[in-house]
Design a protein. Sequence first.
Length: 260
Amino acid sequence: MAALTACAPHDGTTEFNDPYEPTNRAIHDFNKRVDEAVLKPLSQGYGTGLPAPLREGVGNFASNLSLPGKVLNNLLQFRIGDAMENGTRFFVNTTLGVGGLFDPATPMGAPEIDTDFGETLHVWGFEEGAYLELPLLGPSTERDAFGMAVDIVINPLESVLDGDEARIARGARLFSRFNDRFTYAGLVDDLLYGSADSYAIARLSYLQKRRHDLRRGAVPDYDDPYASPYEDPYEDPYADPYADPYADPYTDPYEDPYEQ
């Protein structure tokens, strides 16, 4: 989660609702201590100790396990095309990709369309609620925190895998998080340890990125209160307001019109 918040686009949506800030800050400090003492050294050992192809295979496998849940969320969002693409990706990577260790679906034109139940609630019209910092999981909102819990329940593979298979799946997800922490180490370290107020930056970055992702490229649904309703979007802001609009633009402004 911290790796994702480090790459937030700036789209002007800086408003936030943080009534639990004292508690959130305490949890943020706890998460930083856990990261410094456990996650950071473990991720460095994982990243330097295992070859990149092996780490990529574990990440592919963990990502493939999440696809059935994403297909279900696509259907709940009434995005049938997305459901078909994620379903195709799961089928191709599970078969041709040897259980998801490899990713032949992407070069075949079926990239993953990321989604979750938090986005499903957004599509259904639920507000994001208050900002939350979750222990070990990092930045979230009330809506997204509830969505995380539901995603665990509705993923069809959770009811299919048991015993050793379930433990392997959980291990793959954990190691893929270590790989994320290793891959984005510079960005995460700057965010957590290189800023005067890492909590405020993490909050702003997460909310901006999350809102940007949920809009899927749409224009923000707010207006500039200072914009004139009659303003011409193509008007030159540096143009002389008293200039003759019918004047020849190639005429010398200093030329005497009565000169012979």
